[in-house]
Design a protein around this ligand. Structure first.
Ligand code: FMN
Length: 239
């Protein structure tokens, strides 16, 4: 009980460069996939396929695919930013603005940031990772009567968390890259990996080991009393 909570609390996004020459052991990959295998999914549909990409040539091809940050991302990203550690600690949600280019953090410069955003190769996001796991799903199917397949997406989230927790428990760094499911990138990734047209990319994760010991970064969460409601919505907390 204590162990699982510890792993849940220690799981985090590792955004630093990884060592391209330190492979993730095959047995560990198997355990991560075993964790995915036992994820709960709506109607036990097991609505996922997972591509394990560790061939250097394939990684390079994917790394050369270019992506451009969308206007919507820049604008909506801004709304989630804190501009100091103090602000983030107070807010308890969102992320630090210092993770992003200066123009993305200044409302007066958002227009300029959108105008000047250039396409960059995915290798700048993959940052040396020796392995990508790309989770895809069949867009022709949905969980029974699930409008927009919300239940299917929740299921894919369960797959993500199971894999992430297992990676954490094995000491393997894990970083989600949503950019893989953006329209143009997804199309190119599907071409490189021979993924059928009807399959969609849910998310990709890069796995590996950091090149150097990363600096500790601030992680915040709301207190339980801020999201738990006892019996009635207006009764905050556990009661
Ligand atoms: C569905 C989903 C998509 C995410 N996409 C990205 C992403 O594209 N890039 C990234 O750096 N982090 C991504 N993250 C990680 C979140 O930003 C991160 O989990 C959150 O800020 C909390 O930080 P922690 O993972 O270190 O606890 C994603 C997480 C989830 C669940």
């Amino acid at each position: 009980m204590a162990d699982i909570l510890k792993i849940i609390q220690q799981r985090h996004s590792m955004r630093v460069p990884f060592n391209p020459n330190r492979q993730v052991p095959k047995e560990s990959v198997r355990q991560i996939l075993e964790a995915a295998r036992w994820a709960p999914t709506a109607h036990n549909m097991q609505n996922f396929e997972i591509l394990i990409v560790d061939d250097k040539k394939v990684l390079e091809k994917i790394g050369n695919i270019k992506s451009r940050v969308s206007e919507t991302f820049i604008r909506e990203n801004y709304q989630q930013l804190s501009f100091s550690e103090k602000e983030l600690v107070q807010k308890k949600v969102g992320i630090l603005g210092t993770n992003f280019p200066p123009d993305w953090r200044n409302p007066a410069k958002l227009e300029k940031a959108v105008r000047e955003s250039v396409a960059t190769p995915l290798k700048e996001r993959i940052r040396g990772s020796p392995m990508l796991l790309i989770v895809i799903y069949d867009s022709r199917k949905r969980a029974p009567a699930s409008e927009g397949d919300v239940l299917g997406f929740i299921s894919l989230g369960c797959v993500m968390e199971n894999m992430w927790l297992m990676a954490q428990s094995l000491g393997i760094s894990f970083h989600i890259l949503t950019v893989f499911s953006g329209d143009t990138v997804e199309k190119e990734v599907k071409r490189v990996l021979h993924i059928p047209e009807y399959m969609k990319v849910a998310f990709a994760a890069r796995l590996g080991y950091p090149v150097s010991k990363p600096a500790k970064h601030l992680r915040v969460r709301r207190d339980i009393e801020m999201f738990a409601h006892h019996n009635q919505f207006e009764n905050n907390g556990l009661g």
